[in-house]
Design a protein around this ligand. Structure first.
Ligand code: ADP
Length: 397
């Protein structure tokens, strides 16, 4: 038995989950927020609903990690640092370098740094987490799990934009996708639930959270995904526009007299459901509560429409589909959203069992006769991270 910790480090946060492996039991989990600011918040959840929380100044990630390890001992969750034998880090962008999770060494760190140009808010923050753990627990296996890696299997026709080819060759402008760890997890679970080898299946996975992406998974591999060069592309999201005509940008920049940074800020933070509802909310719960309002109704219709069209296009891209999976905050919790999306797919022979659709948790929600099965699968990216650490352990020297 060994204890493995899954880490998601943000620029001012550190989210973690401690597992007993290979049992895959969550022993404790928590969050450090406002790192580098006043009144950082440090939370640990453990045992049978126990919670430890303290508000104090935590100036950097290394101090956050030290505090975390010490607190795990203090709370009798660990006897000593030595009990943690592996750490896995979520890394948003691996560029074209990584098609799977890897043991972190100096070369991996240099590459994560190099591709930080594609994820300037995320990769530098992940590196802070990686370095802090390396410093405090230098002898244990440390693994990077990339959000982009699952999409490395996309064929050229899916990942290249119709731009001059030199921009791909010289500057690596292409589709990278995101949420890969989630799409990988739910597609594997779907194959397990359908009791069929994943190599025989065509699955469309819908990760619908604040950010959302749809992926076409053929024979266990991502063959296309809705997010692009950045997570701005694809479906309508909480605050992101998703796909739009690029020519809108210069037109609006002139009209509003704003620069490109402000334009991108609008597309990332003020658009999507929030923008369509005139700033009412980006949160699906609020919108469902207000769906009698005309703007909200239109916003929701657009949300359903974009997702449905991606699903339709991925049926075409894979020449069929065996299953559609719903996951993440909206996908897991909103029966109404699932129902509205699937309503427009009856031509494909998709039919929901509304009694099953109304229930929570991992299960099949389509009727027995539905040509394409529909599954609700709560995602578990942290577990995937812990599993990847275990899978790489034998190659760790
Ligand atoms: P993130 O992308 O931040 O990880 P999540 O996967 O946590 O996002 O999803 C957040 C979204 O899930 C929000 O829009 C929230 O409203 C939505 N959500 C959570 N619970 C429900 C629910 N019961 N009904 C509808 N939407 C929900």
């Amino acid at each position: 038995m060994s204890k493995t910790i899954a880490i998601n480090a943000g620029s001012s946060s550190l989210k973690w989950q401690l597992y007993e492996m290979p049992a895959e039991t969550v022993i404790a989990k928590g969050l450090v927020e406002r790192i580098g600011l006043n009144d950082s918040i440090f939370t640990v959840k453990y045992g049978e609903g126990q919670k430890y929380e303290v508000v104090t100044d935590i100036p950097d990630h290394e101090i956050a990690v030290k505090m975390l390890l010490d607190q795990l001992i203090e709370l009798n969750i660990l006897a000593s640092y030595d009990e943690i034998t592996g750490v896995g880090h979520r890394v948003v962008h691996g560029g074209e370098y990584f098609d799977k999770s890897v043991i972190i060494d100096d070369d991996v760190i240099a590459k994560i740094e190099e591709v930080a140009v594609f994820a300037p808010l995320h990769n530098p923050a992940h590196l802070m987490g990686i370095r802090a753990f390396k410093h405090l627990l230098p002898d244990i296996i440390s693994v990077a799990v990339f959000d982009t890696a699952f999409h490395a299997s996309m064929p050229r026709e899916a990942y290249l934009y119709s731009l001059p080819l030199a921009y791909y060759n010289d500057y690596k402008v292409r589709k990278y996708g995101a949420h890969g760890t989630s799409h990988r997890y739910v597609s594997q679970r779907a194959a397990d639930m359908l009791e069929q080898p994943i190599e025989d299946l065509k699955i469309i996975t819908c990760h619908l959270g604040n950010g959302g992406s749809i992926t076409a998974v053929k024979e266990g591999k991502s063959v296309d995904t809705s997010m692009g060069f950045t997570p701005l592309a694809g479906i309508t999201m909480g605050t992101r526009s998703g796909d739009i005509d690029a020519a809108v940008l210069p037109y609006l920049m002139k009209k509003l007299d704003i620069d490109i940074d402000e334009m991108l800020n609008i597309l990332n933070k003020k658009s999507g459901l929030l923008g369509l509802t005139n700033g009412l909310s980006s949160d699906m719960r609020d919108l469902q509560d207000n769906k009698d309002k005309e703007d909200v109704k239109v916003a929701l219709d657009i949300f359903y429409d974009r997702i449905r069209k991606y699903i339709g296009s991925y049926v075409a891209a894979m020449d069929g589909a065996d299953a559609i999976v719903f996951t993440a905050g909206i996908g897991e919790n909103s029966a109404v959203v699932r129902s509205e999306i699937v309503k427009g797919l009856s031509w494909f022979g998709v039919e929901l069992d509304e009694t099953e659709n109304a229930k929570f948790g991992e299960h099949i929600i389509s009727t027995k006769d539905s040509k394409i099965k529909v599954l609700l699968i709560p995602t578990d990216e942290e577990l995937m991270i812990a599993r990847d650490v275990e899978a790489l352990r034998p190659s760790f020297k």
